[in-house]
Design a protein around this ligand. Sequence first.
Ligand code: HEC
Length: 155
Amino acid sequence: MKFRELIGILLVGAFPLTASAQSVTKSPANEQYLPRLGDIMNNIQLRHIKLSFAGKAQNWELAAYELRQLRAGLVEAAVMYDGIPVTNVATMTAPIDSIGDAIAAKDGKRFAKLFSELTVGCNGCHQSMDRGYIQIRVPTEQPFSNQVFPPRGTP
Ligand code: HEC
């Protein structure tokens, strides 16, 4: 798969927040700012955690949002860092798309299974890039005590 095609595939649905994001403009000093890959990955890690707990809480709207954010993070990594093997990013599109389907179908069981597969994909790339020491797993504890994960109005 060509790099451009891949970006095209990944970009679908990746930037849902453009309208509101446009009101925040970059200052000239920030024009050259390139986030470090580790920082993009840290954001992806947060989205991975939040996606997991949104799915567990059956908050499908939040889960869809976090999935879009996670996808956008991977697009950023692939666009900004040439050294990232395109095939490794491409392997993430299938589980991400399938999770999107599970979210649309509000299917918690399928979501959980696919979330594990997505996590295997994270580690696959880390291993292939000599980062096998960065091991991701399905989170067990919700670290964000200041955010509510069940849908609004849930008792
Ligand atoms: C296409 C390759 C690739 C994929 C896919 C990928 N990563 Fe990474 N990740 C990297 C690389 C490369 C680094 C090391 C960055 C560096 O050396 O600066 C990294 C680093 C990290 C780190 C360490 C950040 C830090 O500085 O502490 C975390 C956490 C992480 N990734 C989470 C994830 C999660 C979660 C997923 C899956 C949702 C994922 N990554 C998918 C390539 C990938």
